[in-house]
Design a protein. Structure first.
Lengths: 350, 319
């Protein structure tokens, strides 16, 4: 394994990396008056991916919104990624997306208009693949190009999968490999035709639809999707609200080919994630820095991270494989532990 | 640019983005439609708390304009990461939340990106009975046209707010923009109105023109009947880029009869934020309709009538 370092290179702020970091956002949200509403089955208070509102006893409205910085220069594939990313929040709670609205801000130049067209075209393709429909959108003029989608869908309120249900003994399943953003940040600006770039885009364009349908079908304890806060950030939040501690085998993590070689590219979002979550992550021995950085990387349209009963693990993995989802068991859930929400074990241990 | 996108047909989409509608409507169940809309805005002035209130009322208005009931709002923000900008964001979120709660909806979360420019808006989802859907394409000859908020808030904000933020006219302009179109929408549903739109970025004449085009009719409005916020006319003569754009887009389909004072015409063309509902009701209903609005605290007025289609003319403005 080569662990090339490229500290002189600063990654552009792609995709979910442009999200406001957790600490800054928390200082704002903490001060807002708390509004209780019994119809809100799931709100934004516990790091959930989407909100769920009960319309009728068996009908929940699931809503989510995501806006991203472009992944230059391929705006068409960026549109596909942005759509898969926004739809993923619906899939993470076990919902089915129905209507999407495009949200764009763009300079008024002809070049930017062409970019917007490419992004909308890519997004529309993925929305159709998800069985949803575009209901319009809103575009504002701005110096910076940004694009995202607001998605509404339905879910049975009794079958909502939260991020809070993980129990000791559960197995943790990840449905997409890590490393796509590091690869893009490092290679896309200068080698857009590199095969690893295509591979990274393909992973991010993949819908979490099949993973979600299998998860709902088999029945699982908890789920979240891996996006801006990275694998360790989202896992840490899941453990916090579940009141448990995750044990992760570093050698079990699925990684894109090339991910480790590019994992040390400097990234502000990853630094933010590390700062936000490293107090809750314990290392049970030596973990290679590149591997650890890949776990902190801000993902865009990452996989679902699922906690499933140990007895159901084999069935879940088998069904995921049948649907073409390349999933892996990355560890297990243990009882609440003082000082750590996630313990990462050295290569080959756990 | 939207024309270049492949057209996707989906029979579950009862109202799409094809005909200038304010919101999309998706059939979930035979008795239940999902209404969705999103709006994002640049800050207006220096009072971010009131801006948040206005932004929320503005986004919710798209749901009210089709006769829907808002359920869940998601905040969409972009902000610099400075302490000052985060304080502004807090003020905005606080103001928006108050108005969302007033609408009987809930804030379900949101998304914030880092950007040099501060922008804020809401994505709102609501419900509607598909049979109660009020489109902008149902106006018929003989209908009366009702406007539920006075015009002129933008002229006051542009002309007065920078130098005299405490001025009474500025306060009134904010009150108008913060007012929800909820009561107006409920009165509209009770009266089985024929058509509705809300007055926002394209201005009174722009949105009226689109409604007439979608309905295949021509509107006749009376300039002196149009409600105006006190103080607005005095500030309606300075140049506004948004208004110039609206004039450019719509003056070809607007016919003037008689001498209309320039300030009046400017207010009719000016871009609104969180403007009122513009409603077409059956002839003879206008008095009762306006009285009902007044009972609910809404200052509505009959501004004209709908006539048969005049080729090439969407709106006739009479002095």
């Amino acid at each position: 394994m080569t662990l090339a370092t490229q500290p002189e290179k600063v990654a552009p702020c792609f995709g979910c990396a442009g999200k406001l970091d957790k600490a800054h956002l928390a200082t704002v949200l903490k001060r807002l008056p708390i509004v209780q509403d019994a119809r809100l089955v799931m709100g934004c208070s516990s790091f959930e991916d989407a909100s769920v509102f009960q319309i009728e006893p068996s009908l929940g409205l699931v809503s989510s919104v995501d806006v991203m910085d472009p992944i230059e220069p391929d705006y068409y594939r960026f549109g596909r990624v942005a759509a898969a990313n926004a739809l993923s929040d619906i899939y993470a709670v076990g919902g089915r997306p129905l209507v999407v609205l495009n949200i764009a801000s763009t300079p008024a130049s002809d070049e930017a208009m062409e970019h917007l067209y490419q992004a909308l075209k890519g997004a529309q393709e993925i929305v159709l693949q998800a069985g949803a429909v575009g209901g319009g959108g809103h575009t504002t003029v701005s110096q910076a190009f940004k694009f995202g989608l607001a998605v509404s869908g339905r879910v049975d309120p009794g079958k909502v999968v939260t991020n809070a249900g993980a129990r000791p003994g559960d197995r943790l399943i990840l449905t997409k490999p890590l490393g796509a953003m590091s690869i893009l940040s490092s290679l896309l600006p200068e080698q857009p035709d590199h095969p690893l770039v295509d591979r990274a885009f393909a992973v991010m364009e993949q819908l979490n639809r099949a993973a979600s349908e299998v998860m709902v079908d088999v029945g699982v304890h908890a789920c979240t999707d891996v996006t801006g806060f990275g694998f360790l950030g989202h896992l840490s939040q899941m453990m916090e609200v579940s009141g448990a501690c995750a044990h992760i085998g570093s050698s079990q993590l699925p990684l894109l080919p090339g991910a480790l070689e590019h994992a040390l590219v400097e990234s502000k979002a990853r630094v933010n994630n590390r700062r936000s979550f490293e107090d809750h992550v314990a290392l049970a021995g030596y973990v290679p820095p590149a591997l650890l950085e890949a776990m902190y990387e801000a993902s865009t349209s990452g996989g679902l991270l699922i906690a499933v009963d140990a007895h159901q693990e084999a069935l879940l993995l088998e069904r995921l494989e049948q649907r073409g989802v390349d999933a892996a068991c990355v560890g297990e859930v243990g009882p609440l532990q003082a000082g750590a929400r996630v313990v990462v074990y050295p290569w080959g241990e756990l | 640019m939207l024309k270049r996108l492949p057209v996707v047909q989906d029979e579950r989409l009862l109202v799409g983005c094809s005909s200038f509608e304010d919101a999309s409507v998706f059939r979930l169940e035979p008795h239940l439609g999902l209404v969705s809309t999103v709006d994002v805005m640049d800050p207006i002035g220096l009072d971010f708390y009131r801006f948040g209130r206005v932004a929320a009322a503005n986004s919710l208005s798209d749901i009210y304009a089709v006769g829907g009931r808002p359920l869940v709002a998601l905040n969409v923000a972009s902000t610099p990461a400075s302490d000052e900008a985060l304080e502004n964001l807090y003020q905005v979120l606080k103001g928006a939340q108050e108005v969302v709660v007033e609408a009987g909806a809930v804030v379900g979360g949101g998304h914030t990106t880092v950007s040099e420019q501060f922008k804020f808006g809401l994505a709102v989802t609501g419900q509607i009975h598909p049979q109660h859907l009020v489109s902008n394409g149902g106006a018929r000859p003989g209908d009366s046209l009702i406007l539920t908020k006075p015009l002129g808030a933008m002229s006051i904000l542009m002309g007065l707010q920078p130098t005299e933020p405490q001025h009474e006219a500025v306060r009134r302009a904010f009150v108008v923009m913060e007012q929800l179109n909820r009561a107006a929408s409920e009165v509209m549903i009770a009266h089985q109105a024929h058509a509705c739109t809300d007055v926002t970025g394209f201005g009174f004449l722009g949105h009226l023109s689109q409604m007439m085009e979608a309905s295949g009719v021509t509107a006749h409005v009376h300039a002196h009947q149009i409600p105006i916020i006190p103080g607005a006319l005095e500030h309606a003569l300075s140049h506004s880029w948004d208004r110039a754009l609206n004039v450019h887009s719509f003056e070809g389909v607007v016919k003037l009869k008689g001498r209309i004072p320039e300030a009046h015409l400017n207010l009719m063309y000016e871009a609104s934020i969180s403007g009122g509902l513009l409603i077409a009701v059956a002839a003879g209903q206008e008095k009762e309709f306006v009285a009902q609005l007044a009972r609910r605290g809404v200052d509505g007025a009959c501004v004209g009538q709908v006539g048969p289609l005049q080729a090439g003319v969407d709106v006739v403005v009479q002095a």
